[in-house]
Design a protein around this ligand. Structure first.
Ligand SMILES: NC(=O)c1ccc[n+]([C@@H]2O[C@H](COP(=O)([O-])OP(=O)(O)OC[C@H]3O[C@@H](n4cnc5c(N)ncnc54)[C@H](O)[C@@H]3O)[C@@H](O)[C@H]2O)c1
Length: 333
């Protein structure tokens, strides 16, 4: 964990619900909350194509309540939101390609279930504070860089449209019903406990897998610019957004230490690993259609409002990530 996790005292003795809590970001968020003395409940459906993994809570499994439930089940959610002080709403279908292949599943999870969760809070726990994990994908192909929150929102895939709706429902319920909610538009987030089996969560996942297995990984294109947030920085942002009431009703971009082309990132990850090879391939046509091209975020809004900025550089973050998977590869493939 980075040393600068602000506001943890705030959560001592509080009741916290994390949807998607067995996934990459949810499980990493649960750890400092447990250490701070919060009562943490994790809701996850553990669908194999998604990022949920029981090993993600290794070491804290006896300090959290794990509820294997689906956020599409409005009856479960109506019960689960009760008596909670905070909801980190992270459950989601994250694959852009899967959202095109099965648009209705994406709609049900990323859009309809979000409305049900908010209705459950409205009816059963209007004093809860919610932080929603939104995504940079909703901007679509940027008109300008770095992208700030005033940039037009023009999603290029089904996932982006549904996440956009999910985000807007949260802000609507904040504005109309006073249910305190805010949204963070995450960019590529990486670190220990991410899905590496395939590229469903992030291309970097499958790169790391191949590297750790000693195989050549593929870089598509290579020229695209991207920014990357290390998981500890993403967790810090979620915590500060939950703790601070001046975040309510707001959407904030997260961003990275700097931006890199995919080829630069590939060179860096090989260097940090100490060995490895990659091959540049042209972008597959179906992916090209929904690719957003170059992207990196302007995160000055969250920096100015909440004081958040990324602290962990790519070298440090990649080293910690590689170390984790060299040790635990078998649990993630
Ligand atoms: N990782 C990133 O780079 C990134 C970028 C932008 C946005 N996000 C958002 O952050 C959130 C968390 O992402 P993550 O990277 O931890 O992915 P993840 O797949 O590891 O975590 C999501 C979790 O949600 C669970 N889940 C999915 N559908 C569910 C359902 N119907 N009911 C209950 N649980 C369900 C999955 O099993 C998984 O454990 C997602 O909403 C995602 O859209 C992530």
């Amino acid at each position: 964990m980075s040393k600068d996790l602000n506001h943890l005292d705030h959560f001592a003795g509080k009741h916290i619900l994390i949807t998607g809590g067995l996934g990459f970001i949810g499980s990493n968020l649960a750890r400092p909350l447990v250490a701070a003395g919060a009562y943490v409940t994790l809701v996850d459906n553990l669908i194999p194509q998604y990022g949920g993994n029981l090993f993600n809570v290794d070491g804290i499994q006896d300090s959290v309540l794990i509820n294997i439930a689906d956020v599409r089940d409005s009856h479960s959610m109506a019960y689960l939101v009760q008596k909670q002080d905070y909801l980190f709403n992270l459950a989601g279908q994250t694959s852009h390609m899967d959202s095109m292949a099965d648009p209705h599943a994406d709609l049900e999870i990323n859009c309809r279930a979000q409305l049900s969760i908010l209705e459950a809070c409205h009816k059963h726990n209007p004093n809860i504070k919610i932080v929603f994990a939104s995504t940079r994908q909703i901007y679509g192909k940027p008109d300008y860089l770095p992208v700030d929150e005033a940039h037009p929102v023009r999603p290029v895939d089904v996932n982006g449209i549904n996440k956009m709706a999910g985000e807007r429902y949260h802000i609507l319920y904040n504005n109309i019903y006073g249910i305190r909610a805010c949204a963070l538009r995450l960019t590529n987030t990486y670190g220990p406990r991410m899905r590496i089996k395939d590229a469903r969560q992030t291309f970097l996942g499958v790169w790391i897998r191949r590297l750790v297995e000693g195989q050549t990984f593929e870089v598509w294109g290579g020229e695209q610019l991207r920014d990357f947030t290390y998981i500890d920085d993403a967790v810090s942002a979620l915590l500060v957004a939950a703790a601070r009431d001046d975040a309510n009703g707001r959407v904030f971009n997260l961003g990275g230490f700097r931006y890199l082309s995919l080829k630069e990132l590939a060179d860096l990850v090989v260097k940090v690993n100490g060995a490895g090879e990659y091959a540049i391939r042209s972008f597959p046509a179906d992916r090209k259609q929904i690719d957003i091209g170059d992207y990196y975020a302007n995160f000055s809004s969250i920096k100015e409002t909440l004081g958040w900025e990324p602290r962990v550089c790519e070298e440090e973050g990649l080293a910690a990530t590689l170390e984790f998977y060299h040790q635990h590869l078998a649990k993630y493939v």
